[in-house]
Design a protein around this ligand. Structure first.
Ligand code: SAM
Length: 177
């Protein structure tokens, strides 16, 4: 199953760290790609590409102007659209239906106010608890529930660096330069 994250309305000044964290969480927790809209930010793209080169895997980042087009294309290719919002159906009450759909998933996360149309276009409006918090936390918890924790053991091919887990201190193996 392919998992792509759509990050809405990126603003380099305000959202630099948050969008970076959305990408890092997406990659580390099993998604294949982030598409972002708003203002194009080449520094963000470069920093994510560097992470992938160093730490491996096939994760990619792409900018696009129109979130509607991304959603339309996704729906045309039979994938499901999951919009993470505190107003949605609480995750424990909907995850089985999402998993049982056995379809590619586009996970949409907002930043500023999300257009009301998004709530209509989504196949599932999903709350990670019905309280306000963060797109980074919502994405992490959603992916962890989706993969049932297995994503934490995922391997990342072609990595230059690999961490050797330690009880204390840091150990990193350099696999290639
Ligand atoms: N005020 C914005 C709105 O009206 O949609 C939400 C801002 S919130 C800081 C940014 C994003 O975090 C949301 O668009 C949503 O994707 C995510 N988010 C925050 N709390 C959430 C929750 N409880 N469940 C799921 N997603 C959540």
């Amino acid at each position: 199953m392919r998992i792509t994250v759509l990050r809405l309305s990126h603003r380099p000044e305000r959202d630099k760290r948050i969008t970076t964290h959305v990408c890092l969480v997406a990659r580390a927790f099993g998604a294949d790609k982030v598409i972002y809209t708003g203002i194009r930010d080449r520094k963000l793209e470069e920093s994510i590409k560097k992470i992938v080169k160093r730490w491996g895997g096939k994760f990619s980042i792409k900018y696009t102007r129109s979130w509607r087009e991304v959603i339309q294309r996704w729906k045309n290719s039979e994938g499901v659209v999951v919009h993470l919002t505190m107003y949605g159906i609480n995750l424990p009450d909907i995850m089985d239906r999402i998993r049982n759909a056995k379809k590619d998933i586009l996970i949409v996360v907002g930043s500023e106010k999300v257009p009301s149309e998004m709530y209509q276009l989504a196949d599932f409006n999903v709350a990670v608890g019905n309280q306000p918090h963060s797109e980074v936390a919502a994405l992490a918890v959603f992916l962890d529930w989706y993969f049932e924790g297995k994503e934490l053991r995922k391997g990342f091919g072609n990595a230059r660096l690999k961490i050797v887990p330690q009880k204390r201190g840091k150990k990193v193996t350099i696999l290639s330069k």
